[in-house]
Design a protein around this ligand. Structure first.
Ligand SMILES: [Zn+2]
Length: 171
């Protein structure tokens, strides 16, 4: 079953799926995640912010359905397969898997901005500093990313996921 196309779906991820939240942020999706979030708060937040809930908890999933909240219950336990399930169910084909890459902090979901690399001189190992040109900083928690790690991680993941996505989505 596929849901209607969501151009820029926003997610809220259940406490058990922290790695999935991190990956969705890496792809640029606005993704709420707290490791200690309780069900009641999660439901309130999903409703208030129109977020798609991703959970492995069948009981919670049932409650969400009854509250008419869009929820996904991935059947796999393998990270890559879970991501593919989520993206396929939201009809995100590999044409548009990266709506806004390099825009979200994987730690806190804050927005990233590019900064002059000299401003991050204290946060980047010297050997790396000389080789890189693009530096991002999170506007919320100030974590620094550079093209070596961040972009390579995204590219590797995207290539792997693209192999498994429905090419045409539901068009
Ligand atoms: Zn951050």
């Amino acid at each position: 079953m596929a849901y209607p196309t969501f151009n820029h779906p926003r997610f809220i991820v259940d406490a058990m799926l922290g790695n999935i939240a991190k990956k969705l942020r890496l792809f640029g999706f606005d993704t709420e995640y707290q490791s200690d979030i309780d069900d009641e708060f999660l439901i309130k937040k999903a409703l208030a912010q129109t977020r798609i809930v991703i959970t492995k908890d069948k009981r919670l999933y049932q409650t969400l359905k009854e509250s008419e909240i869009i929820a996904l219950l991935p059947s796999s336990n393998i990270e890559l397969r879970i991501l593919v399930e989520i993206l396929n169910q939201c009809n995100i084909s590999h044409v548009n898997i990266l709506p806004n890459p390099f825009t979200r902090c994987t730690l806190c979901n804050g927005l990233l901005i590019t900064i002059k690399k000299i401003l991050a001189i204290d946060s980047i190992p010297w050997k790396v500093f000389e080789r890189i040109d693009i530096v991002y900083r999170c506007t919320k928690c100030s974590k620094v990313y550079w093209n070596g790690t961040h972009i390579r991680q995204i590219n590797e993941q995207v290539q792997e996921i693209n192999k498994h996505l429905d090419y045409y989505g539901s068009i």
